[in-house]
Write a protein that binds this ligand. Structure first.
Ligand code: UD1
Ligand code: CA
Length: 471
């Protein structure tokens, strides 16, 4: 069995992105472009996966190191061009490496494992020295064009070096190749920089190998999206829309109802159970997991949030939250990290929660802030309650016991505990612990100033209303 190395090119400047973030770290379906390509590269059973870096290499290397620790890093020097990048990668290979080198571009994110495997199989079966992926595009602008004499491949010409006639060619180079290692190294050493961009082009290798009488083939792929390169933000959003459509379709075919695919976005990392219903304008990000039969949306954004079986989440913004089976959330709820809602619990309209464990069957139905709290099972928090967790310097915790009933318009001044089964009266400010089963109330005596409106607001609608029917 021949050895295999996969090289991922990610050292380009990505100037067309016009961004402080390196191009390959721009995200697509929740993962940087380079993550998509490295995921493919890592699934080919290669002996080495090498990522070539230069521009903003610390940031990219940090991502690669964290998410793909087995990937080796090569550093490109100041000589620009994809050919130079591959040379840098080959230097990382141990002496005695012999076999095939697959080259992938860090900015061609949709190319899948199957397509690359087919490319490699074809390359090996035909004993080619080089095989390059090509595709027919309606609009080939920006890509290198595939040059043929009659049917025979003769090379690749870059857009910027192409004649008017060559620009008419619609078969493009996808920037994805397999080469024989020895012949690739030998040929790269001879590639110059005499072209419109003054770069050492990898694309020159194909033509030079052919000139030397070696077998080089084009492997045409029918689906243009698979070879789409991302050079600017417009292309990024086009590729993102297409990938999203594919992710949505895959979940539909797996038994998820997605009411309006066009307004639904899901990262590639999201998981959804069967018979879940995803309503319009819903966006699911990161490690979000939706349980079977759950209903999400409309107008909901969830990031790294777990939703249990049969739960309902309506018009909600959630991040780092867990919602257990059968619970209901929304509309207009804001779940911040560390929110945990127990099974069959409820977080209702205009409620914000953070670092809060709300027990099974417990309810926070209306207009409240629950921060740094534990609410016991079956408890009910009255409308308009504020968990005052912040003393201006530190955060403190509030504990509400199981089956407690707290009144409307309460303020719980943390740290404070309300015992199991305790009640608090409407309008209370709770500063001291409440023992289990007690009723806490701290009413300020109410004073009514009779006739105040008639005296201070004579002739007003209120004054009239106050006097009508009284004479
Ligand atoms: C390249 C191809 C072009 C092909 C297109 C497909 C060359 C010369 N041209 O053009 O034929 O149609 O891809 O998408 O190869 N890179 C480096 N080091 C560098 C320059 C680039 O590692 O010095 C990396 C980039 O980070 C990127 C990839 O190589 O991931 C492609 O570079 P880019 O500048 O985008 O090439 P294109 O102009 O798109
Ligand atoms: Ca490109």
């Amino acid at each position: 069995m021949r050895q295999l190395a996969v090289v991922v090119l990610a050292a380009g400047e990505g100037t067309r992105m016009k961004s402080a973030t390196p191009k390959v770290l721009h995200t697509l379906a929740g993962m940087p472009l380079i993550g998509h390509v490295l995921a493919t590269a890592s699934s080919l059973g290669a002996n080495h996966v090498i990522c070539v870096l230069r521009h903003e290499k610390e940031k990219v290397a940090a991502y690669v190191g964290e998410h793909f620790p087995k990937v080796e890093i090569a550093h490109q020097d100041e000589v620009p061009g994809t050919g130079r990048a591959v040379e840098a990668a080959l230097e990382v290979l141990p002496a005695g490496f012999d076999g095939d080198v697959v080259v992938l571009s860090g900015d061609v994110p949709l190319l899948d494992v199957q397509s690359v495997s087919e490319l490699l199989a074809r390359h090996r079966e035909s004993a080619s020295k080089g095989t390059l992926v090509t595709c027919e595009l309606e609009n080939p602008a920006g890509y290198g064009r595939v040059l043929r004499a009659r049917e025979n491949l003769i090379g690749i010409v870059e857009q910027k070096d192409a004649s008017a006639e060559q620009l008419e060619i619609t078969e493009v180079n996808a920037g994805v190749y397999v080469f024989d290692f020895a012949l690739l190294s030998e040929t790269l050493a001879r590639v110059g920089t005499n072209n419109a961009q003054g770069e050492k082009y990898l694309t020159d290798v194909a033509g030079m190998m052919l000139e030397a009488g070696q077998l080089v083939q084009a492997h045409m792929i029918a689906d243009p999206w698979l070879v789409s390169g991302v050079n600017d933000r417009h292309q990024l959003s086009n590729v993102a829309r297409e990938l999203n459509a594919r992710i949505v379709k895959a979940w539909q075919l797996a038994g998820v109802t997605i009411v309006e695919p066009e307004s639904t976005w899901m990262d590639i990392t999201v998981q959804i159970g069967q018979d879940a219903i995803i309503k319009p304008s819903t966006r699911l990000h990161g490690l979000t997991r939706i349980g079977p039969g759950a209903q999400i949306g409309p107008d909901t954004d969830l990031t790294d949030t777990e939703v249990g079986e049969g739960a309902k989440v309506v018009r909600t913004h959630g991040e780092g939250a867990a919602i257990d089976a059968g619970a209901t959330v929304g509309p207009f709820s804001y779940l911040r990290p560390g929110t945990r809602l127990g099974s069959d619990g409820k977080i209702g309209a205009f409620v914000e929660t953070k670092n809060a464990a709300i027990g099974a069957g417990a309810k926070v139905p209306h207009l409240s802030y629950v921060g740094d709290a534990e609410v016991g099972e079956g408890a009910n928090i009255g409308a308009g309650t504020i968990f005052a967790n912040y003393d201006g310097e530190k955060k403190h915790r509030t504990k509400v016991g199981a089956h407690a009933r707290t009144g409307s318009g309460n303020v719980f001044v943390a740290p404070v505990e309300i015992g199991n089964g305790a009640y608090t009266a409407a309008g209370s400010t709770i500063r001291r612990n409440v023992e289990p089963g007690a009723l806490a109330l701290n009413p300020t005596p109410q004073k009514n100033l009779a006739g105040w409106v008639l005296e201070k607001r004579p002739g007003s609608a209120s004054a009239k209303a106050a006097t009508e029917g009284t004479e």
